[in-house]
Write a protein that binds this ligand. Sequence first.
Ligand code: PGA
Length: 257
Amino acid sequence: MRVRRPIIAANWKLHKTIAEARQFVDDLQPQCAGLEELDVVLAAPFTALAVLHERLQTTPFYLAAQDVFWEAQGAYTGEISAPMLLDVGCTYVIIGHSERRQYFGETDDTVQKKVSAALQAGLRPIVCVGEALVQRQAGETFRVVAQQVERGLASCTGSDVVQIVLAYEPLWAIGTGLTATPAQAQEVHRHMRAVLGHLWGEEVANAIRIQYGGSVRPENIAALMAEEDIDGALVGGASLDVASFAQILLYGRSEPA
Ligand code: PGA
């Protein structure tokens, strides 16, 4: 018996027009009939959110954005705020994805501000952490990930933390076809839970859901989900194709158990 409800999210990144997003949902829904034991989240580009929200009304899927700004409003050309995301129907928002850290100057400090703003507006953050290959090779994985968790969630109370989903995404596994082995992912997830327990107590640590992300595919999802501390997945490339995403939601099976 799982203690935590599994959560699998599609992260479409910079992909899909409005028409493609709509088609994806229409095709996905029939393939997921009877799939009640997990939360399914679609993180779409900003431009597709409004239409998807409308489309998702009759489905159990949750809508997510891929980023958010920390101020609610003001002179910040090009930014989108947490109240705006709530207004367009988002339940979740991805914060601190490694691509945002790498290409757009995201730091643990901006992650912390965004997490705070999202929670305050009533959005549930999916907070991404993960080590680079050189850090893993230097034996720094636990330290790096612990620091990202601690700093990114610095302003949170225990009741905030249980609203958050963490995603462990080793940078060397994202979009590379190299997946962390289930054992490698499990040991980092366990460590993250220990860090959370130290900071917010056992009960909070046991309640928070931790996804794995990095080259998740229909072929490896079952083994990852079999690990005790892996509560779901954040799926990039394999979430763009509806058949492969549906297979992942079914843990590689051909139909719901
Ligand atoms: P990937 O991306 O599944 O294509 O490796 C995962 C992510 O970046 O969230």
